[in-house]
Design a protein around this ligand. Structure first.
Ligand code: HAM
Length: 425
């Protein structure tokens, strides 16, 4: 029996490929509007690139092996380390801010679940060289513009935004110690994916019940104004609230106010984020995160020794595809074939080929029967192929330089001079 693809890997039959191409087309179209340039890097990288900065969760999911030259290598599980390395290597020569995007295929040995496969294509959009919060707003508006272009509205998709600096300041103010931060962040990152009682129990054991209670109450704040008034007299927190308020103001100016909500429990699993972070979700809560990203101001320094602020996001094709299918938002693809050329008998095959060649020379999509067939059979094949027109070649007509063009949708026919037909295209 023939073997199927490995678990978590996909075969893209033409129908699935068309869906993938549609998503990627929209990605590229929107990124052009925002004046981003496309790049790519190697699918195989030194294992160390991910060990340094991706975080334990991702490193545990690596497809890694020792190559024939005894190098420890890994299939790329994410694009950000490659991107950071590439930009760091040419940091001085590049015009800032760098605005680049890429659509790599990524590999992670994930536990099988809805919305998560072991390979996926991920749009990566990144900006380097700008620390102002205007850049954070520009970045998120790109992710939201893509969702809008795909046919979603703010009723169906929301961005949940937070800021690691703000969260850290709030945690410190609540009484959590510096040492406890990584453990507290890890618990907060899992909120919503773990039973609430278990998260609370973990928090209690890390910081004690009092601090844990305070953390619980500020995590529930979803309104930036409420947050502003609660902390306006606490400068070490207020400074970060103010940045968040500006962020909301800019997103409003960019036309996306309705799409964004404050959610301080958004931490992001990856280890390198340092500032504003966000994730996009369907409001029905049926699917996993559509997209995630944020600011990572120290990664270029860690990986390439250049001190440049950076921010970006990744949006996978898997959840986007599931959502589009469930909301019937994938447009039907247009007929693939423009002309089917059919000959009355076998002796016309060279003429069929020559006419097909002339039509293809005019950028038309053309097919014909590759073995001798009755004219009626050829016409059935033309219809099955979804061709919009058939060109019928008959000896009597050809002698006068004419062919019959049949409109296969309407069922109408007309005689035309072959030279006129070609020249009219
Ligand atoms: P991430 O949150 O790991 O971020 O992935 C971003 C998005 O990729 C997810 O929201 C999801 O749509 C998709 N995705 C991730 N893993 C899978 C999977 N196993 N199967 C299907 N889809 C998946 C990053 O990777 C960051 N490097 C993004 C980034 C770019 N941050 C800054 N620049």
């Amino acid at each position: 029996m023939a073997q199927g693809a490995l678990p978590g890997f996909r075969d893209f039959y033409p129908e699935q490929f068309a869906e993938r191409a549609y998503i990627m087309d929209v990605w590229r179209r929107v990124l052009r509007r925002y004046a981003f340039a496309e790049y790519d890097g190697p699918p195989l990288e030194p294992l160390d690139l991910y060990r340094k900065k991706s975080g334990d969760e991702l490193v545990g999911q690596l497809y890694s092996f020792t190559d024939k030259g005894d190098r420890q290598v890994a299939m790329r599980p994410e694009m950000t380390p490659t991107f950071a390395r590439m930009v760091a290597a040419r940091a001085n020569a590049l015009r800032k801010p760098v605005r680049w995007f890429s659509v790599p295929q990524l590999f992670r040995y994930e536990r099988q679940q809805k919305g998560r496969l072991r390979e996926h294509f991920q749009l990566n959009v990144d900006i380097v060289g700008e620390s102002a919060v205007t850049a954070d707003a520009e970045l998120l508006s790109i992710a939201l513009d893509i969702m809008r272009e795909l046919g979603f509205t703010s009723a169906g998709v929301k961005a949940r935004v937070s800021d690691r600096r703000l969260l850290q300041a709030l945690l410190t103010h609540a009484g959590a110690s510096e040492d406890a931060m990584p453990a507290v962040f890890a618990v907060i990152d899992k909120l919503g994916r773990e039973p609430a009682a278990l998260s609370r129990e973990k928090l209690d054991s890390i910081v004690g019940a009092d601090v844990s209670g305070r953390i619980d109450s500020f995590l529930a704040l979803e309104n930036i104004d409420v947050l502003s008034s609660a902390y306006e007299n606490i400068p070490e927190v207020a400074e970060h609230v103010e940045r968040m308020r500006k962020y909301f103001e800019y997103l409003h100016a960019l036309g996306f106010a309705d799409w964004v909500t404050l959610d301080l429990s958004i931490v992001r699993g990856l280890a390198y984020y340092t500032g504003i972070v966000f994730e996009l979700f369907d409001t029905a809560g049926e699917y996993r995160a559509i997209c995630g990203g944020g600011r990572y101001d120290t990664l270029l320094d860690t990986l390439g020794g250049v001190d440049l602020p950076a921010l970006g996001f990744g949006m996978g094709d898997v959840v986007v595809g599931e959502l589009l299918r469930s909301r019937a938002l994938i447009p039907a693809t247009a007929p693939r074939t423009d002309y089917w050329v059919a000959g009355e008998d076998e002796s016309l095959i060279s003429t069929v080929m020559s006419i097909a060649t002339q039509l293809r020379g005019r950028d038309k999509s053309v097919e014909y029967a590759l073995k001798p067939q009755q004219l009626s059979r050829q016409l059935r094949s033309a219809v099955a192929a979804g061709a919009s027109h058939a060109i019928l070649l008959k000896h009597a007509q050809l002698d006068a330089g004419e062919v019959t063009v049949r409109d296969l949708a309407e069922g109408t026919e007309r005689s035309v001079r072959l030279t006129e037909l070609i020249n009219s295209l």
